[in-house]
Every structure is written in C-alpha cells, then in structure tokens.
Design a protein around this ligand. Sequence first.
Ligand SMILES: NC(=O)C1=CN([C@@H]2O[C@H](COP(=O)(O)OP(=O)(O)OC[C@H]3O[C@@H](n4cnc5c(N)ncnc54)[C@H](OP(=O)(O)O)[C@@H]3O)[C@@H](O)[C@H]2O)C=CC1
Ligand SMILES: N[C@@H](C[C@H]1CC(C(=O)O)=NO1)C(=O)O
Length: 327
Amino acid sequence: SSKIRVGIAGYGNLGRGVELALAQNPDMELVSVFTRRDPASLRLQSAGVPVRALDQIEQYRNDIDVLILCGGSKNDLPEQGPALARWFTTVDSFDTHARIPEYYAAVDAAAQGAGTTALIAVGWDPGLFSLNRLYGECVLPVGQTYTFWGKGLSQGHSDAIRRVAGVAGGVQYTLPIEAAVQRVRNGEQPELSTREKHKRQCFVVLEQGADADTVREAIVTMPDYFADYDTEVNFIDAETLARDHAAMPHGGFVIRSGQSGSGSQQVVEYALNLGSNPEFTSSVLVAYARAAYRMNKNGQTGAQTVLDVAPGLLSPKTPAQLRKELL
Ligand SMILES: NC(=O)C1=CN([C@@H]2O[C@H](COP(=O)(O)OP(=O)(O)OC[C@H]3O[C@@H](n4cnc5c(N)ncnc54)[C@H](OP(=O)(O)O)[C@@H]3O)[C@@H](O)[C@H]2O)C=CC1
Ligand SMILES: N[C@@H](C[C@H]1CC(C(=O)O)=NO1)C(=O)O
C-alpha cells in the first residue's frame, strides 16, 4: 500500500495514544503492536491489528517503515532504542534531559551501522519546547529563556517512580512555583535554580510489605528526576489512585525575554494546555514518524532530533500546498 507502515513498540499510555493518533492520519497505517508482555493479554482499541512479542520483532523489519518506541525513558528506551535502531527507522520520546547526549551516541552508532534513521527525544519537552527554546535564542541572542511546566502529570517522572522497588503504582505532578513565574512575566530576567522553578508531588501505591520510608528516600534522591527538586511523596491505596489520578492533564510554556538591537524589549511565548499529556505526545510522535520515514528515504540516516527536522517534512501536504496555504 502507499501508506506509511507503522509499528508500535510498547503498549502503555503512549502506545495507546499512538494507536489513536494514527487513525487521524490517513497517509499512515498501524501494522502491528509489539509488547514484552504476553501478546494475548493485550486488548487493543482498534480491530484487526496483530499484537506480537517484542523479542520476535526482527522478522518484521521489512513489514514496517517506521517503528514508534513507546517504552519508558528510565529503564526501557536506554536498552530498546539502540537495539531496535539496528533493524528499523525509529521515533522515540526519550526525555531524561541529562542523559540525551549518551543516548544519542548509543542510538547513532546503531542507526549509522544499519543505515536507519532514529529520531530521538520527540514530544513536547524535549520536543516542541526544544524547538521554541532554539527559535527564541536564535532570534533574540540577547535575553533569557525560561521553561515552566504544569501543574500537571509528568509521564517521565510517573514512569520513574513506578520503577522504584516496592512501588505498585503511582503518578507525579509537577507544580510551577508561582513567585518564579511572576518574576519572569514581570520581565525581571532572574537567575533561577532548578529548585526555584518547580516542585514535585508524588502519589504512590506501595507493594504489599514495602517500607514507606525506604521508597520515599529512593524517590526524593533519584538523580536526574527528583534530586534537584523539593519533592513530596504521599502514599495512597490502589482504589484512590484509580479514582483520583487517572486523568493526565499537563501543559506549560517557553518564554524568551530579550532585547533587540536598540534595546527594545521583545517577548516570545509558546504555550501548551493539554487535556491528555500522553495523547498529545503521541500525536507529536506520529507527525515526526512521517518526517523520519522521509528523512530515511532522503538518506538522512543515524540519530536525529527535532532540531534536525525540516518542518515541512512533518506535513502530509506537498511543499507546493504548504507554500500556498501557510506562507
Ligand atoms: N518528550 C516528551 O515530551 C514526553 C516523553 N514521555 C516519555 O514517554 C515514556 C512512556 O510514557 P508512558 O507511555 O506513560 O509509560 P507507561 O508506563 O504507560 O508504559 C511504559 C512501558 O511499560 C509497559 N507497560 C505499560 N503498561 C503496563 C502494565 N499495565 N503492566 C506492565 N507493563 C506495562 C509497556 O511495555 P510493554 O508493552 O513492552 O510491556 C510500556 O511500553 C515516559 O517514560 C516518558 O519518558 C512522555 C510524555 C512526554
Ligand atoms: N517529558 C515530560 C514532558 C514535560 C513535563 C515535564 C515535567 O513535568 O517535569 N517535563 O517535560 C513528560 O514525561 O510528561
């Protein structure tokens, strides 16, 4: 078929979101979902799509044009990203910012060797917010850039707490510190530490017999995720988690506040208000899967990020249509 043939590796919040997002993009089709769990145990939202074991995926390399990796950034993608780039052009949402350089290098080695294209760290942050931080500092070289998230549910941090020994389930909310936001909005251009911009609030269900203090300590000291923030850990039961914490709203904004040549004050702002963090992120992944497919066809192989993608490649419209409709 002339459609772009897409696979999903990992069926969690993102995997389900990608399945739905593909249905909104008629130039693409979902050909298979892959999971580390028992494939027969998964119930998809769309009929007729096969679910297969991830460890059997190599045999499907000629049936899939782009594989969207929906694993967790804490433990899954560091292993799955480089492993799958050997056989597939991939797109992933890797978001452990401090570890992006080493992840990029590992995925690049695999993709360069295989002649595949691996588009990493796609989503909104990293992703669309990264693009807007770039635009801001390139257009206004004299100034400051600020990123604020929330109040909302961070999937990366929620995934990270679920991987802690003794945790049966959990979510993490990110709260911007209002005083910091106000100072930025007032144009103060303050120097703000990580701890001065956000605080983090966790709701955790303990496994039977797990020790609360041990779990709390493992979370609040976790490098890259919680160690640099004031973090609150609340323990709840599974019913409360399911009842009160099933929605995954989020959002945030990037502000570039600077001065152009005459000293004139200029402010650029890009904001998101998300009813569903995972479904929005999945929608970004699907648009970038279209670009990854084209980049690979154009011979742009190896690891890539959103900063390397010509924006027109994201669109199902032809360049001529884009020039006519969007310029
Ligand atoms: N860049 C950005 O802006 C964003 C990035 N992200 C990233 O996306 C990552 C994935 O997020 P999310 O989809 O919420 O993570 P989930 O925890 O929902 O899923 C992660 C993996 O866990 C496994 N899994 C899912 N549900 C279950 C279950 N009930 N029982 C056992 N295993 C399960 C799946 O693997 P399998 O099917 O193989 O078992 C899945 O691939 C996050 O870690 C974050 O880093 C998220 C949002 C924004
Ligand atoms: N990657 C984040 C997307 C945004 C949200 C966030 C945070 O709340 O710390 N950081 O980046 C996520 O997993 O939700």
